[in-house]
Design a protein around this ligand. Structure first.
Ligand code: ISE
Length: 333
């Protein structure tokens, strides 16, 4: 069986998801693209050999040839489109964040539970990155003992012009917020946040540092620096009782040229996490066909948004702030 996929949003991420599903995934094909801007939708459709274009995403969701939907439209549209997919009984892979507010995520969880089956996956693609997956395997193997500390850095060469200080947390740090609890199989207990302004545009506070304490006592430092200029760079080093495990640098080749040995940085996350996006898309398709959910659930999406909100409050007050989240409902275990 070949699944028909509809892609909502023909911007940078929607275009990339359409390209990946159309060109690198087995068991699915892109059948429709929707975007408020018809020219943008038409361009992505043409680039990927897709015949149907909609300006109304709800029409795409209703289309009989569309079996499952990938949402990559602006953040504040995620909830209505995800709810429409649930109402239509169609599986949905929604880009992060699932919703800009915890209440929006709770609404999605309630609708999914009412539908009685798991239909929602959130696009936290790092869970499919081979490096993070291997790191989690080493931690779970337990040969180095329990986790003690985790050092993470997340640097972008340059933030988009519309980026705000808050988005450094809600749009960028959410990746660490999700991947850290997945890596450690733990939940957050408290966070302390340091927001620093670089003084320039576009992101007023383009350098931030988060210190998380987890329920099991691991201390996690997360550096966000969105104007790093030199390239896209994501690092993580987990310190366990008797050893460490780190992400290796992503680079296909290594250069030697006087006077240095070097590896290239990707310009942005699409190239850096290309494998993760491809594996995520394939796993999503396979999970729809097998009926076994994979990746981040709506509950994981809720935790990411709720913890991001707590980080923003912590940055505002400068105080160590307890993280209070709803416990995982049985439906998501
Ligand atoms: C962007 O939306 C992403 O998802 C990237 O992975 C992240 O590095 C970037 O900072 C975000 O803006």
């Amino acid at each position: 069986m070949v699944l028909g996929i509809g892609v909502i949003g023909a911007g940078v991420m929607g275009g990339d998801h359409a390209r990946v599903v159309a060109g690198s995934v087995r068991g699915a094909e892109v059948r429709a693209i929707a975007d408020a801007d018809p020219a943008r939708a038409a361009a992505v459709a043409q680039a990927n050999g897709v015949g149907t274009v909609h300006s109304d995403p709800l029409a795409l969701i209703a289309e009989p040839s569309v079996d499952a939907v990938l949402i990559a439209s602006p953040d504040d549209t995620h909830v209505p489109y995800t709810l429409a997919c649930i109402a239509a009984g169609k599986p949905v892979l929604c880009e992060k964040p699932l919703a800009p507010t915890a209440e929006g995520c709770i609404e999605v969880m309630a609708a999914e539970q009412k539908a009685g089956r798991r239909l929602v996956q959130v696009g936290f693609m790092r869970r499919f990155d081979p490096g993070y997956a291997a790191m989690r395997g080493e931690r779970a193997g337990g040969a180095m003992g329990s986790p003690v500390m985790l050092h993470c850095a997340h640097r972008n060469a340059v933030a988009p012009p519309w980026f705000t200080s808050e988005m450094v947390i809600t749009n960028s740090a959410v990746h660490e917020i999700d991947i850290v609890r997945w890596l450690l199989d733990d939940e957050y207990a408290a966070v302390t946040a340091f927001m620093r302004a670089g003084g320039g545009k576009p992101a007023p506070a383009d350098r931030q540092f988060l210190v998380f304490e987890t329920r099991r006592g691991t201390v996690v430092g997360v550096e966000l620096y969105l104007s790093a200029r030199y390239g896209y760079d994501v690092t993580a080093e987990l310190v366990c009782e008797s050893g460490t495990v780190s992400l290796a640098q992503h680079s296909a080749v290594e250069m030697r040229s006087f006077p240095a040995q070097s590896r290239a940085y990707a310009p942005d996350w699409r190239a850096h996490f290309a494998d993760a996006y491809r594996i995520q898309a394939q796993s999503w398709i396979d999970s729809i066909l097998s009926g076994v959910p994979t990746g981040a659930s709506a509950y994981d999406g809720y935790v990411a948004t709720a913890v991001a909100d707590t980080c923003l409050r912590a940055a505002e007050t400068g105080e160590r702030t307890p993280v209070e989240i709803l416990e995982r409902p049985a439906f998501y275990r």
